[in-house]
Ligand binder design. Structure first.
Ligand SMILES: Cc1cc2nc3c(=O)[nH]c(=O)nc-3n(C[C@H](O)[C@H](O)[C@H](O)COP(=O)(O)OP(=O)(O)OC[C@H]3O[C@@H](n4cnc5c(N)ncnc54)[C@H](O)[C@@H]3O)c2cc1C
Length: 433
């Protein structure tokens, strides 16, 4: 995807790359694109660039943008590779992480390209790719967090340091493993609760992607609504937390994590970009409150709340999973309150909605995970009730309990913070920074 230029990343309305019709259905593309992932490489015999450009004479801003297909090599009638197109990689970035991916500066000098879709619909067409890429980026953040967690567990098992406060657990050794220390367990359980909750979130979303293709119109519509509503949440929440988990995993490693003896530092570096590209997480939060929530009169969020209410009514009465269901009901209540606050305060002053957006997105992410943890707890409990002695199910409930008791209370803080509105952020004059 070739969107970014030196003067514009988030604000693509400022794109300068231009396209001139050649009169034969093709266009000549000229301009510079920067930070293009895998913009140049030798993994495939050709590279097909999708380039955002402005047709000469088109209106300024987003509405004047069109999307073009621009191959590295032109393709002959018989499908064989033809001459080299006039585009070039003029440099590769030196980055903090993701060193396996070449981030290229691309120069187009009258390169031959073909319009994808209609002129002036470039952003809409680009979003077909971007929505999927945002889901992929959420998965990337989570996957790095998951790998970092696994490395931290391995390290914690091997590292002998200090003694358990309740008496030695490895009396014949020089020290106990660091797994005896409550603070190390806090870090590992925090990481694990996010990783397992995030995995369920990814699978639930993948299910919605399948249901979008259902023959039943109502089912397909609802799944489509959920995909739209939850894509920014999944992207931003899972990448914020993926980085947080990678940082916890480094902390578990102590100094061995900060030096390059283990992979902990690479996970942390690699995870960081996921919060920035495919639309920064701040922009995901704005997309959620500004476009996705109010879309179709709030149909998606109302239907999601109704699903949660139905789950709570069905499962909340008594029994071992009651605390999970109560935690979910409480998180949903707070999210509903936050949504009402946005409706009442965001309209009169859009800065209020923007100021609350990141806390709202995190409140949303926590509620989504609470919903999934309640479902996982229900499934694990059913296995145990049916006589399973598989430790997997016991560990699932124990991890879920950590989520419930030590992560989910953050919903309160997010709600309180979002309700402070824009004033505390906007009161300070720009020159005072
Ligand atoms: C390693 C890497 C790979 C990349 N790969 C690609 C690629 O393949 N293709 C491609 O086209 N681009 C790519 N990018 C670019 C990437 O998508 C942009 O960096 C990203 O969208 C942010 O744009 P920016 O860097 O210009 O930041 P800016 O837009 O300058 O933003 C700076 C800060 O201001 C905030 N901000 C900006 N506008 C607003 C607003 N309206 N409201 C609130 N906050 C705002 C942002 O959230 C951010 O925190 C890549 C970047 C990197 C580093």
């Amino acid at each position: 995807m070739n969107l970014t230029e030196p003067q514009c990343g988030t604000d693509l309305g400022m794109v300068r790359t231009k396209a001139v019709p050649n009169g034969d259905g093709s266009y000549s593309i000229t301009g510079q694109k920067i930070w293009i992932s895998a913009g140049e490489h030798d993994f495939s015999e050709n590279i097909i660039h999708t380039v955002l450009a402005r047709v000469e004479g088109a209106v300024p801003g987003i509405k004047g943008l069109s999307l073009f297909l621009v191959p590295k090599y032109l393709v002959n009638e018989d499908g064989s590779l033809g001459e080299r197109n006039t585009l070039e990689c003029t440099g590769l970035e030196h980055k903090m992480g993701i060193h396996g991916n070449a981030t290229a500066v691309m120069q187009y000098e009258g390169a031959k390209g073909w319009l994808i879709g209609e002129e002036g619909r470039g952003m809409n067409n680009m979003f077909v790719v971007m929505n999927e890429a945002r889901l992929g980026t959420g998965l990337q953040g989570l996957a790095i967090g998951s790998a970092a967690y696994q490395a931290a567990v391995e390290f914690a098992n091997d590292r002998l340091q200090g003694r358990s406060l309740t008496g030695p657990k490895n009396p014949d050794g020089p020290a106990d493993s660091i797994l005896v220390h409550p603070d190390v367990r806090r870090m590992l359980l925090e990481a694990r609760a996010f990783v397992e909750g995030g995995q369920a979130f990814i699978l639930w979303t993948a299910l919605q992607a399948d249901l979008e293709k259902s023959d039943d119109e109502a089912t397909a519509q609802k799944a489509k609504d959920y995909m739209g509503l939850l894509t920014p949440v999944l992207k931003a929440y899972l990448t914020d937390k993926g980085f947080h988990v990678a940082s916890l995993a480094m902390q578990v490693h102590g100094g061995s994590g900060y030096t390059e003896h283990f992979q902990a530092s690479q996970y942390l570096r690699d995870a960081r970009i996921t919060m920035i590209y495919e639309g920064t997480n701040g922009i995901q939060a704005l997309d959620l409150v500004g476009r996705k929530l109010p879309g179709n009169g709030g149909r998606a969020i109302m239907s999601w709340f109704a699903d949660i209410d139905a789950f709570v009514a069905e499962n909340g009465a008594e029994g071992p999973i009651k605390p999970y269901v109560e935690g979910l009901a409480d998180a949903k209540k707070k999210l509903q309150e936050g949504t009402m606050w946005l409706m009442q305060n965001g309209m009169q002053n859009p800065d209020n909605a923007a100021a609350a957006s990141t806390d709202y997105l995190h409140l949303f992410g926590l509620t989504a995970l609470a919903y999934l943890w309640a479902q996982m707890a229900k499934a694990a409990q059913a296995k145990i009730d049916a006589g399973s002695d598989d430790p997997f199910y016991v560990a699932k409930l124990q991890t879920g309990r950590y989520f419930l008791e030590r992560i989910l209370p953050d919903t309160h803080g997010h709600l309180v913070k979002m309700k402070t509105g824009a004033d505390v952020l906007m009161a300070m004059p720009a020159e005072a920074f």
